[in-house]
Ligand binder design. Structure first.
Ligand SMILES: [Zn+2]
Length: 467
């Protein structure tokens, strides 16, 4: 018996070692805005190695050319020889190392974060400031083709006095100088964010699951307790709405930075599987406790982005995927991802003001946008959701308006026994069970089944252009 156990453990050990991939990021030069990335293959490869950077991030609804910030990419053989990596000549975000005589053990490159910040929208870019680095992992980490599903070990190396925080493995007791953490695979690593530096603060709050607030504000520390309150209230609202929480802990990251060049940095949020990051300049800085009324008034954006951990990150349809991709998908139902997820704050907070916003964005927008049918509008927004926020606003507002109309109709037909909440819950558990995206055709059938009410006319009406 003992011998069998030993053998069994040995097999597991060997498999996990041979299938692992190691990532490291180094930022140790305060005069430079570049981070150095090393990807090490535990099992070196002979022949061609292909390195790919993502251009698509779930929820960004855009094409982000993270490949354009990669500098000096080189493969290194197991004997230490440098091998040139050639960029794909078609423009694809790929590099090839094809010295077939060598065994390739590592790929190294640098990413210039100032250049990234100057060229991208704030919510897509990683940043470096005195005493702080805020990194969206997908903006700096690519993958070696064929390794994307292997378990990842990641190491962060920075200044000895700098605490390091990772949403992949959050803790208030941050190590300084070096952080090691594991991730299920490349996609889970890419979904995470790293905050580090002496200007970073992390505060933990006890709730249904542990909640972490990680904060950087360039003009001085923010008052964090109301963020904590809003996060805990959102966890409770979502737990009540869906019947469970799909993560073991959650992190809200706050990044308030002065723009590198003059100007303003509009406030935006970006959702991830167990975290969300809120970007902006320092104009919205919180210095003291808010009134209970203001806590409620400013909660929707946190509730909405935390709710994205359910919809669409764990319940989605059509071409959306909850992980980074090389080629951005064109999605026909962003109105579900965004509109139905704006409906939840509207409904749970009984926010009449939001109904007016949805109405204005639907009916008072540009005539050329009103002329678009809903799926066409969603497809247009797939690459320009926030770049031309008229499209983003129109698509989420039409989706939310559809949701409100469906909710009222279900309540009316069932004498208040059912509502759109039953439909949204049903879709979430359907996705959990089926582990695949629903198709556009399935969606209209599933919502009828979930509600027991025929919603076809409302669904079809909202597919049309706005009169
Ligand atoms: Zn959203």
């Amino acid at each position: 018996m003992k011998r069998i156990i030993t053998l069994f453990l040995a097999v597991i050990f060997c498999t996990s070692i041979s299938a692992q991939i190691n990532y490291s990021v180094e930022y140790k030069d305060s005069l430079s805005s570049k981070v150095k990335i090393t990807i090490s293959l535990v099992k070196p490869v002979k022949g061609t190695v292909v390195f790919i950077m993502p251009r698509s991030v779930p929820g960004a609804y855009s094409m982000i050319r993270y490949d354009s910030f990669i500098e000096g990419i080189t493969a290194i053989s197991s004997t230490g020889k440098n091998i040139t990596m050639e960029k794909d000549e078609t423009g694809a975000p790929r590099w090839y190392g094809s010295d077939t005589t060598e065994v390739i053990a590592q790929i190294v490159y640098k990413v210039d974060l100032h250049k990234m910040e100057q060229r991208l929208d704030a919510s897509d870019a990683s940043i470096i400031r005195p005493g702080f680095a805020g990194i969206l992992n997908y903006s700096i980490f690519g993958w070696i083709e064929g390794t994307e599903n292997q378990p990842v070990q990641c190491t962060v190396h920075t200044f000895a006095q700098w605490p390091v925080f990772s949403t992949n493995q959050p803790t208030e007791q941050m190590p300084r100088g070096v952080l090691n953490f594991g991730a299920e695979n490349y996609y889970t690593l890419a979904d995470g964010q790293l905050f580090m530096g002496t200007s970073l603060r992390v505060k933990a709050f006890k709730g249904l699951v542990p909640l972490f607030i990680a904060s950087y504000c360039q003009t001085g520390d923010e008052y964090l307790d109301d963020y904590g309150k809003q996060g805990l209230m959102s966890l409770e609202t979502l737990h009540d709405y869906f019947g469970e929480l799909p993560f073991k802990q959650y992190t809200i990251l706050l990044r308030k930075a002065l723009p590198l060049d003059s100007g303003i940095m509009p406030a935006f949020g970006m959702e991830h599987l167990q975290s969300s990051t809120f970007f902006g300049d320092t104009s919205g800085k919180r210095t003291e406790a808010m009134s209970a009324e203001n806590v409620l008034k400013t909660i929707p954006t946190y509730l909405h982005h935390m709710g994205h951990a359910f919809l669409p990150l764990r319940c989605y349809g059509d071409a959306y995927r909850p992980y980074v991709k090389e080629i951005p998908p064109i999605i026909k139902n962003i109105w579900f991802n965004e509109g139905f997820m704006w409906f939840i704050p509207y409904e749970t907070l009984k926010s009449a003001a939001w109904e007016k916003i949805f109405y204005a964005n639907t009916y008072k927008t540009d005539p050329q946008i009103k002329k678009m049918g809903l799926q066409e509008l969603s497809q247009e927004a797939s690459l320009m959701y926030s770049a031309d926020f008229r499209l983003g606003r129109a698509v989420f507002s039409r989706g939310a308006s559809m949701a409100i109309e469906m909710n009222n109709y279900i309540k009316e037909k069932t004498g208040g026994k059912k509502s759109l909440k039953d439909v949204i819950r049903f879709m979430y558990y359907w996705s959990k069970e089926n582990k695949r995206p629903f198709t556009m055709d399935e969606f209209s059938l599933l919502i009828n089944k979930a509600s027991g009410v025929d919603l076809t006319d409302i669904y079809n009406k909202w597919q049309l252009p706005i009169e």
